[in-house]
Design a protein around this ligand. Sequence first.
Ligand code: PBG
Length: 325
Amino acid sequence: MYFPNTRMRRLRKNGLIREMVRETRLSPSDFIYPMFVCPGDGIREEISSLPGTYHFSVDQLVAEVKQVQALGILGVILFGLPESKDELGSQGYDDQGIVQRAIRAIKDEVRDILVLTDVCLCEYTSHGHCGVIKDGDVDNDATLELLAEQSLSHARAGADIVAPSDMMDGRVAAIREKLDQNGHQDIPILSYAAKYASAFYGPFREAADSTPQFGDRKSYQMDPANGDEALREVEQDLAEGADMVMVKPALPYLDIIYRVKAEFGVPLAAYNVSGEYAMIQAAAENGWVDGEKVMMEALLSIKRAGADVILTYFAPKAAATLQGL
Ligand code: PBG
């Protein structure tokens, strides 16, 4: 009935017409780059599970952040490999901890870049879980104070935004209260609100040395089968004072990104996690897909689904591609 009056192909005829009607556009300012900082000096070591990403000592990290900033990327999110680990993850909330030192060094030397921090204890605990262990499981309420302390020490070091990724109940409220009590009422909280217990974190855990030494994270991270529950998580974090929320992972959870954006209309981040990155890199290295095109299509799909901000290990590469470099 519509055809032949309506011919959808008219607006696909050439590049200029397609450009005119394009609904979604990526920009370097959409990306946040996750970076791993380690002790030492002069270290820039490729991470085997995440080819193209590195462990940086603080000095090398600062140099790299300068490059990242020059590409038009708005921010980095830091993950730390501490000198030592213990039961309570005390290096995570130490003012002399690796992430705290990295924040100060970046803030001293690089202008116009946001420093976000991942607030979680798994990189700092000897058992690799995201909080305090009691009776073989992570104790929710005992963990809250430590996460609040960690957030405060990040803010004191100069972090622009703190991003709790631990999935304890009530952590946004605990962090908000602690920040406010200490004069940091203007530091936003980006909560990893809908974070799934995903096998796609595998390469990250190798990179961050944060694999749980027993069990798994299913008693605190979400069941991949659940969508409605993600909306409840987001609702709760917003009620506790989250300024922005995140869905993680991204590509296997585009429906969740879409639903969260449609339901709440708040600033939304999505984490294109390590396994998503590693799969594309591996297929590209084997010549099975065109790595650059698949990267751009994947990132575009995350934005089209509703994400305002994309955390991705592709950030520098995608930004360079967008700038025609
Ligand atoms: C810390 C944390 C993890 C990731 C980000 N923050 C690992 C986990 O929850 O096990 C994963 C990021 C990625 O896979 O790229 N809890």
